[in-house]
Write a protein that binds this ligand. Structure first.
Ligand SMILES: Cc1ncc(COP(=O)(O)O)c(C=O)c1O
Length: 309
């Protein structure tokens, strides 16, 4: 076909990572005058989550250093979203990837990874992502020539993706006119990268980290730091404030987001909005920018959607 308007599929897909919309959640705050909440809707990334950003930078930086190619397999541990991002990007670029994920992550994530053709290693569900991380490290130590161990928990490319991407987008979408930046912490990449940039350009904006209230929780993607292997890239000294959120609070918020705002997002997005609302109630309002890491489709098998308010 001559003069056609088709784009190369892979190039087009990867060029759509980032530049996600910033959504104003007006209904969630309609009874709270003086409170405004804006969320970066990361479900608009082609792999469906914020982790497309970290995975693509990790892979690009590894390519520049010659760590990929020559049949080397990308290896990492993940709670699912980074794995999906790696699987998508590796499919585009023709790399093999082997991903270690806890056996109990949402079934839909495992189905997506299988659909993308990734090699999966399922780790002990009782050990969570810490167990997946230990197993991935052991595999890379046993066969260092076979693998590029991407190690998202300790790879600076992870937080840099947010320092150079997410944070710059937030500043251009708001011109820095907000009081609090709020982010849940898994690897800490989003929180650390965005907070580092904001500290340089708008140090008066308060930076807030969000964690589940205990080690056993249903907030896939988030970590209770005092009960987990601490990610090397997470810099908690950047946090001015910290908020704990229960699984039930976050699930209630995702139902409200779906039913009042028409936004189908995952439980960690619910945790982010709960944290904003808690601070607003405590401090008499404020304007908030947060990150909604993924959409709700991967969690539709969970019972909490059935609750009618
Ligand atoms: C659903 C979800 N929420 C939040 C996060 C946390 O993001 P970060 O790893 O940048 O701290 C992740 C990370 O995997 C995630 O998958």
């Amino acid at each position: 076909m001559r003069n056609n308007l088709a784009y190369d599929a892979g190039w087009s897909l990867l060029s759509r990572i980032g530049n996600t919309p910033l959504l104003a959640l007006r209904k969630m705050t309609s009874d709270m005058p003086g409170t405004r909440i804006y969320a970066k809707a990361e479900c608009f990334n082609p792999g469906g989550s914020v982790k497309d950003r970290a995975a693509s930078k990790i892979i690009e930086d590894a390519e520049k250093q010659g760590l990929l190619g020559n049949g080397r397999i990308l290896l990492d541990a993940s709670s699912g979203n980074t794995a999906i991002a790696y699987a998508m990007i590796c499919a585009v670029k023709g790399y093999r990837c082997r991903l270690v994920i806890p056996r109990n992550v949402a079934r839909e994530k495992i189905e997506m990874l299988t659909a993308y053709g990734a090699d999966l290693v399922l780790s002990d569900p009782l050990e969570g992502t810490d167990g997946a991380q230990r197993l991935a490290r052991k595999m890379s130590e046993e066969e260092p020539e076979l693998y590029f161990y991407a190690d998202q928990y300790n790879n600076d490319s992870n937080w840099r993706a947010h320092y150079e991407g997410t944070a710059v987008e937030i500043v251009s979408q708001t011109r820095g006119h907000f009081d609090y930046f709020v982010a849940g912490v898994g690897t800490g990449g989003t929180f650390t990268g965005v907070s580092r940039y904001l500290r340089e350009v708008f140090p008066e904006i308060k930076r807030v980290s969000v964690e589940p209230d205990g080690p056993f929780h249903g907030l896939e993607g988030l970590k209770r730091m005092d009960a987990s292997i601490r990610p090397g890239i997470y810099d908690d000294t950047l946090a001015d404030m910290h908020v704990d959120v229960t699984t039930e609070e976050a699930q209630g918020a995702v139902r409200r987001l779906a039913r009042q705002e028409g936004l189908l997002v995952g439980p960690s997005s619910g945790a982010a909005v709960v944290a904003c609302l808690k601070i607003a109630r405590e401090h008499g309002g404020g304007s908030f920018v947060t990150v909604f890491p993924d959409g709700g489709q991967k969690y539709l098998g969970e019972k909490f959607w059935e609750v009618k308010e």
